[in-house]
Design a protein around this ligand. Structure first.
Ligand SMILES: Cc1cc2nc3c(=O)[nH]c(=O)nc-3n(C[C@H](O)[C@H](O)[C@H](O)COP(=O)(O)O)c2cc1C
Ligand code: SF4
Length: 403
């Protein structure tokens, strides 16, 4: 947090407070869409995935991605909020708690992001990069999305989840509202950043009102969209300050880039173009084969590549912050604490080795073995995993585009 210059940085492997939660350490498993939910429900594979993360020592694992509705999904085999999902959510929460970790779920609406058949929605009418028509969401549909977030968070709370992470990043629906590139609205949701942030603030209010104070509410926000005309750092800091001033958020996780355009900005490292083209079904694979170099650009990987940008948020935003992006070593985690970040989130390092945090905590490892080849990214279509260690498909649900 701000204004603590004389305090010694906290031990990242000691207990920590996140809103109402007492966590066993400061390392959170970042959302990595698992693609293990045929029919939109929790599967045994999904439970096993998060049980292993919990047993490996993380403070909290994040079930991802949970769509607030069927049209809020983006990919095949995605969990979505409906009555039939409730029992499985309770089961996965019990399994994670039994391993001593807390459990969060990333809740979102994919908007114009996706590879499935659905009604693609954005703040304004447009086309996706592959030509799919995106409909401008109406005022009534906005109200429904806000209500869907509240219902989803309520279902997670009832299932025993400790936290909910609101997905305000990665070009998903709320992110698209924040972005001047996609938000051309003339009503109270468009124009100045305060208006573009209105949907995020409404969702936060509705979710907090629904779940009360027993559950932690966090959000994942783009510091920049990583595209020309998109949300930039100055406007994103303003959004973060609005979220902080609102007083309902327990922590903010800082990301960048997104799934509608320039996805590799989020990941850095090798672009897995060949593997993505092979993983996508039919025409989508063909389009990707042609457009791969545009869709998956190359950005060199650097340890903690988002830290330079995140420092600007640390200096300006009075909220607990979660540093994310290329965190692979104990030294980086300690540096994050020393620079005032309250938590770190790790994705690929934990896909490579779910037991890494436990090993770091007991001193038997100082760094992870992820090589940032990003070949786990297309594995979302066959059960998300590190394909270097597990080349064979892990989960076969609905392989193609969902109806
Ligand atoms: C296979 C895979 C799936 C991902 N799915 C999601 C997702 O569903 N939601 C999200 O916000 N981020 C997702 N991410 C991004 C990660 O949360 C994280 O922002 C990114 O991997 C950078 O962190 P890292 O360097 O620790 O992996 C995904 C990453 C990977 C590798
Ligand atoms: S496939 Fe494995 S090594 Fe490659 S980026 Fe993913 S987790 Fe890291």
């Amino acid at each position: 947090m701000l204004d603590q210059p004389d305090k010694a940085p906290p031990d990242p492997f000691g207990p920590a407070t996140l809103g109402p939660l007492r966590l066993r350490n400061r390392v959170i498993k970042a959302a990595t869409f698992e693609g293990m939910s045929a029919g939109g429900v929790v599967s045994p594979s999904l439970i096993d995935f998060h049980r292993r993360m919990a047993a490996g020592g993380v403070a909290m694992t994040t079930v991802s991605y949970v769509a607030v509705s069927r049209d809020g999904r983006g990919a095949p085999n995605e969990l979505y909020i409906h009555d039939g999902a409730a029992e499985g959510l309770a089961e996965i929460a019990r399994a994670v708690h039994a391993e001593g970790a807390a459990i969060s779920a990333q809740l979102g609406h994919a908007g114009a992001v996706g590879t499935i058949r659905k009604r693609y929605l954005g703040p304004s009418a447009t086309r996706t990069i592959t030509g799919t028509r995106v409909h401008a969401i109406s005022a009534a549909e906005i109200d429904a999305v806000v209500e869907d977030f509240a219902t989803g968070a309520g279902m997670l709370a009832a299932a025993g989840f400790d936290a909910v992470e609101l997905h305000f990043g990665h070009h998903y629906l709320v992110s698209a509202f924040l972005s001047p590139r996609w938000n051309r609205r003339k009503d109270s949701y468009g124009g100045p950043v305060q208006n573009r942030a209105r949907l995020a603030l409404r969702i936060l209010a509705a979710v907090r009102d629904r779940v009360g104070s027993a559950m932690a509410v966090t959000a994942k926000l783009n510091m920049t969209d990583g595209i020309r005309g998109g949300l930039d750092v100055a406007d994103s800091i303003e959004v973060a300050r609005l979220l902080a001033a609102d007083g309902r958020l327990d922590a903010l996780e800082l990301s960048a880039g997104g799934s509608q355009a320039n996805q590799m900005f989020m990941f850095r490292g090798d672009p897995p173009r060949k593997e993505m083209a092979a993983a996508l079904p039919g025409i989508q694979g063909a389009v990707f084969r042609l457009a791969g170099p545009v869709l998956f650009r190359r950005y060199p990987f650097r340890e903690a590549y988002l830290l330079p940008m995140a420092r600007q948020f640390r200096a300006a935003v009075p909220l607990p912050l979660v540093l994310l992006g290329g965190i692979n070593t104990v030294d980086t985690i300690r540096q994050a604490m020393a620079e005032g970040f309250d938590f770190v989130a790790m994705g690929r390092a934990l896909l490579r080795d779910p037991a890494l945090v436990g090993k770091m905590a007991d001193g038997s490892a100082t760094r992870g073995n992820c090589i940032h080849c990003n070949k786990c990214v297309p594995s979302i279509y066959s059960g998300t995993r590190c394909v270097l260690d597990h080349p064979e498909p892990l989960y076969v649900g609905n392989p193609g585009p969902m109806p």
